[in-house]
Write a protein that binds this ligand. Structure first.
Ligand SMILES: Nc1ncnc2c1ncn2[C@@H]1O[C@H](COP(=O)(O)OP(=O)(O)OP(=O)(O)O)[C@@H](O)[C@H]1O
Ligand SMILES: [Mg+2]
Length: 714
């Protein structure tokens, strides 16, 4: 029973990993090893021949989590994990649609609209239909459309009893038509489309149902209605669904997540018994006690206990700052102190409730020359110049993409005025064709007609040249010939933007290195694959790959992750809990779950800070400490006073980042026969079970099982 794979698991974990082919629910608190159990189960199924890699379908919540899972599997098993169906809901749905685009009614080169693209498309629609956007605000409509899709509702299925909702419904239908015409798909559509595909195409459904005998779902508490239905359809009668989750970490109710899916799951899948894991392996006792004490204030809970065999560790450090600037300064000082203690920057997370809070923190970090990486927020792929560049690429890939065409037809300026564009749109509308096709009709005369023709000719010629070029050179060719580079060169503050554009070539090169041709999730060519990647993974390429960096993110984005040290900033009423929470039913409870998620990300050290005053939305506001601070037992806290300077931190025995008996330690230089030189940046497990995460100079970041990896100190 105790293969090296299973060694080190506690009895409940072992039971979960080795469960026979039946559906199961693992309900357990933070850091109890849910994700680890799920990954180990996949490895176990494959290793013991109970499943083939192609018979497994695993859903995680973020791209980061999916990547980590694949990396861990690769470390555990001598298999090629590349073709495995492990990814996010969106990623897997996209893959299915790429493979069966015809049956799904989509062009082979369909492009994905991210949230901003979608908003743009909606604005365009309202304009085309002469709808008053004050009466039907685009953002609200976007929310409505996505909400419907997440419930699995097409426009004709939406109930509407008053003129306003009827109009909304009509706009939803018109929006879908527009997307269809342009060959674009928004995020919510990815899932709904593939759900409908499976529902409609019996043979296809049966194919997947008999193929995926094991479906595994992480973070199950945050699945929404459609995701649940989708899983049910995919599972059919034969698959065993292995769902892991924690009701206390349900933080996406505002996006339609349903904790109720857990109860439905038990019923629908005849779950015999729910497995609970109660030992927490992540955090020291004080951190865990604080999390437990906090979440006890919530009424609606399924109820769970968590304990740890680790000592209580350090107290939780609480800092009250005069201002947000002082708070940021404090954090920077502490980060530096941690660095001096040997904690790598990637082992430190700086969390905040809202994206807007990051600016001051970023500013302080920038000034102190601390490298950092922001997850979410202003992402690389969301910057204006990158959006323009991607729009050119999209147009090269698919000329009917009206959104892309509108974005760049007159950028850089070509003298195509609003009037000419309106005429073009008019032709497209009356003929029911795309703008590109309308341009081909050459109905517009004079200068306007000539400039538009010149533009389409330019794109055509770029398309022709690009067809013969490798991906990075396609990007480069486009940058040079579109006029983007020249434009930003002539702009006074264009230097940053030029750097970003150059970085896009690097991104394409990096993408090509990482993904061989057959590994592009069924995309027909490298360009489409790259564009898909840009939409799905916005934000993950912004920092130089492999660079040690402090991790900045919202609490939402931190779900499932863990760090040696965590800072939670902005613990003020109105900010955290967020002021909007007061308006929602269950609002404060959801905020508290969010705080629970934040606290439980920390392994060894936790800082909580708040400021008496801060600039927010252009106004100075005075804050009072969050109620969540009051809910933490005072004996677990150590208040750090106003002096501004950080107090010297004692070097606690328990906070050493060593991997215990294995003899390796974080920060150590190592070398691997295949991957070359690197530095250990993270570790987990003990003894035969120990694994280390190594950042290799050339081969990127990888998890390695020490028992198998031939790692040498260097
Ligand atoms: N039996 C074990 N022995 C040693 N370490 C373990 C064991 N089980 C889990 N861990 C470690 O504990 C940490 C938390 O595990 P994991 O991330 O799987 O928890 P989780 O339940 O998924 O947490 P979350 O709810 O935050 O997603 C990881 O570092 C993991 O490797
Ligand atoms: Mg997890």
């Amino acid at each position: 029973m105790t293969t090296p794979l299973l060694r080190g698991l506690n009895p409940e974990q072992l039971a979960a990993v080795t469960l026979p082919h039946e559906s199961a629910l693992i309900l357990a608190g933070a850091g109890s090893g849910k994700t680890r159990v799920l990954t180990t189960r996949i490895a176990h199924l494959i290793q013991s021949g109970l499943a083939s890699p192609s018979g497994i379908f695993a859903v995680t919540f973020t791209n980061k989590a999916a990547k980590e899972m694949l990396a861990r599997l690769a470390a555990l098993l001598p298999i090629n994990t590349r073709g495995m169906w492990i990814g996010t809901f969106h990623g897997l749905a996209n893959r299915m649609l790429r493979a069966h685009h015809r049956e799904a009614g989509l062009p082979a080169l369909f492009q994905i609209l991210d949230s901003a693209d979608q908003l743009g498309a909606i604005k365009r629609l309202l304009k085309a239909l002469n709808v008053d956007d004050e009466k039907y605000p685009p953002k609200q409509l976007q929310h409505f459309i996505n909400g419907c899709k997440e419930e699995g509702l097409r426009a004709h299925m939406v109930e509407a009893f008053d003129p306003y909702s009827r109009k909304q419904r009509e706009l939803y239908a018109a929006y879908d038509e527009q997307c269809q015409r342009e060959g674009v798909v928004d995020f919510a559509e990815l899932l709904l489309r593939s759900y409908e595909l499976l529902q409609r195409e019996t043979a296809l459904r049966q194919h997947y149902q008999s193929r995926f005998r094991h479906i595994l779902v992480d973070e199950f508490q945050d699945t929404n209605h459609l995701q649940y239905q989708w899983l049910k359809l995919l599972a059919g009668e034969q698959a065993a669904v292995f769902a892991v989750g924690d009701d206390d970490q349900s933080i996406y109710a505002f996006r339609g997540a349903r904790v109720g899916n857990m109860a439905d799951f038990e019923r629908d899948f005849q779950v015999e018994k729910v497995i609970r894991l109660e030992q927490n392996y992540r955090s020291h006792g004080n951190i865990l006690d604080a999390a437990n004490a906090l979440i006890r204030h919530n009424q609606s809970r399924l109820g769970k206990n968590l304990w740890t065999a680790e000592g209580s560790g350090e107290p939780i450090r609480v800092f009250e700052a005069h201002s947000d600037y002082e708070e940021a300064g404090f954090i920077v000082d502490e980060v530096k102190a941690l660095q001096r203690e040997g904690v790598p920057l990637s082992g430190i997370a700086l969390l905040y409730r809202s994206n807007a809070q990051s600016r001051v923190l970023e500013h302080a970090l920038f000034n102190a020359a601390v490298p950092y990486r922001v997850y979410g927020g202003l992402r690389f792929f969301e910057r204006q110049e990158i959006k323009h560049a991607l729009a050119y690429l999209r147009l090269i890939g698919n000329s009917n993409d009206d959104g892309a065409l509108l974005r760049v037809i007159n950028f850089p300026t070509r003298g195509i005025g609003a009037r000419s564009l309106e005429s073009l749109q008019e032709i497209a509308r009356s003929e029911g064709i795309s703008l590109w096709q309308a341009a081909q009709l050459k109905r517009m005369s004079g200068k306007a007609g000539a400039t538009i023709s010149a533009f389409t000719a330019l794109i055509e010629s770029m398309r022709e040249t690009c067809a013969a070029l490798p991906l990075p050179e396609q990007v480069e060719h486009m940058l040079d010939h579109s006029g983007l580079v020249a434009h930003y060169k002539s702009e006074k503050e264009g230097a940053d933007r030029l750097e970003n554009l150059n970085e896009l070539i690097n991104a394409a090169a990096g993408f090509e290195l990482e993904h061989s041709a057959e590994d592009v999730d069924g995309a027909p060519d490298a360009l489409t694959a790259f564009l898909t990647h840009a939409s799905l993974e916005a934000g993950e390429h912004q920092a130089e790959a492999g660079q040690e960096a402090l991790q900045l993110m919202t609490v939402h984005a931190a779900k499932g992750l863990e760090f040696h040290a965590v800072f939670i900033s902005g613990l003020e009423e109105g900010l955290f809990p967020h002021e909007n929470a007061a308006k929602e039913r269950d609002g404060v409870e959801e905020e508290r779950r969010l705080m629970y998620v934040a606290i439980t990300r920390a392994r060894r050290r936790l800082y909580i800070s708040f400021a008496d005053s801060r600039m927010l939305h252009g106004q100075l506001r005075y804050g009072i400490a969050s109620r969540f601070l009051e809910e933490l037992p005072p004996q677990l806290l150590k208040r750090i006073n106003h002096s501004g300077a950080a107090q010297p931190m004692q070097q606690p025995a328990a906070s050493s980042a060593a991997t215990g008996a294995s003899g390796w330690h974080i920060g150590q230089a190592v070398s691997h026969p295949k991957f070359g030189p690197g530095i250990i940046i993270n570790s987990e497990g003990r003894g035969a079970d120990a694994r280390v995460q190594v950042s290799f100079s050339h081969a990127g970041v990888k998890w390695l099982a020490l028992e198998y990896a031939k790692l040498e100190a260097s």
